[in-house]
Design a protein around this ligand. Structure first.
Ligand SMILES: [Zn+2]
Length: 262
C-alpha cells in the first residue's frame, strides 16, 4: 500500500501535454517543496480533465497528497492523488520575482555539468542553474507521419503516449556552462509547455511558420536571456537515459545582484 503524505509544492515546470494510455492526457509537472526546498516530480496529473478551479498554473502553490513512486527510481518522482489537489495561492512576479526567488534560489546547482555529476553521485534528476545567453535556440522539423512511440518516450515519464496535437518542430538550446572550463557544451530539447502553447497561438497570428519561429527565438533567446536578466534553466532527465537532460523551463528575473552569487 502506498503511503501518502501531504506536501505544499510550488509548481515551476509544466511540460507540453502528452497522452498516456493508462492515465488519459497528462501534464508532466515538477516543482519545489515549499518546506524543504527539494525538487519534486509529480504524476500523473490529468490536467485538462481536472475540475474547473483545480487547473493550476506555473508558480501556483499546491497542497497535494503524494507518495514516493517505487517504479521510477528517480528520487524526486512522486505519484499524486489528483482528487486531493488544492491550489493555495499564486506567487506573482512582483518586486522582480522576489517571492519566486525565495524558493528557486536555494535549489540552484552551479551548472549543467554539476547536475550531471550530481546525477552520477546521487541520482539527481531535476534541477536548475544559472546560465548566460545560450549560443543558440534552434529547431528541427518533426516528420509527424514517422513518429513512433519511441519518440514520445523522450518525455519526462515513461508511461505517456502521444495522440494529442504534436508539435511539428523540436526546439532546443545549445550552450556551454558558465564557469566550467571542461564543459563540452550541451544541446538539449525544450519541453516547456509555454513554448508549445506560444507556437500554437502565434502560428494563427503570424503569416508563416518562419515568422512564428523568428518570434519564438526573440522571446526564448533575446528576451529571456537579455543582458539585464539573470536567467536560469530548469532541467529534468530522461527516464531511460538518466544522463540525458531536457530543458523544462526558463526562470528569468531582471539582474539585481542577488543571483551573482551563483
Ligand atoms: Zn556543461
Amino acid at each position: 500500500m502506498a503511503e501518502w503524505t501531504k506536501k505544499k509544492v510550488l509548481v515551476t515546470v509544466k511540460a507540453y501535454p502528452q497522452v498516456s494510455k493508462k492515465h488519459n492526457e497528462t501534464v508532466c509537472t515538477a516543482g519545489i517543496c515549499v518546506d524543504t526546498k527539494e525538487w519534486i516530480r509529480m504524476y500523473p496529473v490529468p490536467f485538462r480533465y481536472l475540475e474547473a478551479g483545480k487547473q493550476f498554473k506555473k508558480y501556483d502553490i499546491l497542497d497535494v497528497e503524494v507518495s514516493v513512486d517505487g517504479t521510477d527510481g528517480r528520487p524526486e518522482s512522486h505519484k499524486i492523488r489528483g482528487d486531493t489537489l488544492e491550489i493555495c495561492e499564486h506567487i506573482g512576479s512582483d518586486d522582480n520575482w522576489k517571492h519566486r526567488k525565495q524558493h528557486v534560489l536555494p535549489t540552484l546547482s552551479k551548472s549543467m555539468c554539476e547536475i550531471l555529476r550530481q546525477q552520477s553521485d546521487s541520482k539527481k534528476s531535476l534541477g536548475a542553474f544559472k546560465l548566460s545567453r545560450p549560443k543558440d535556440f534552434h529547431w528541427a522539423e518533426v516528420d509527424l507521419s514517422k513518429e513512433t512511440d519511441d519518440a514520445v518516450q523522450l518525455t519526462l515519464f515513461d508511461d505517456q503516449k502521444k495522440e494529442l496535437e504534436k508539435l511539428p518542430y523540436d526546439f532546443r538550446y545549445k550552450y556551454t556552462c558558465d564557469n566550467e572550463p571542461n564543459c563540452n557544451g550541451h544541446d538539449q530539447k525544450i519541453l516547456d509547455w509555454e513554448l508549445g502553447e506560444a507556437f500554437r497561438q502565434w502560428r494563427m497570428k503570424y503569416s508563416s511558420d518562419d515568422e512564428t519561429l523568428k518570434k519564438l527565438r526573440e522571446k526564448w533567446l533575446d528576451f529571456m536571456f537579455s543582458d539585464d536578466k539573470d536567467a536560469c534553466l530548469f532541467v529534468g532527465n530522461h527516464h531511460f537515459h538518466r544522463q540525458s537532460f531536457m530543458v523544462l523551463g526558463v526562470f528569468y528575473p531582471k539582474h539585481d545582484g542577488q543571483l551573482s552569487l551563483f
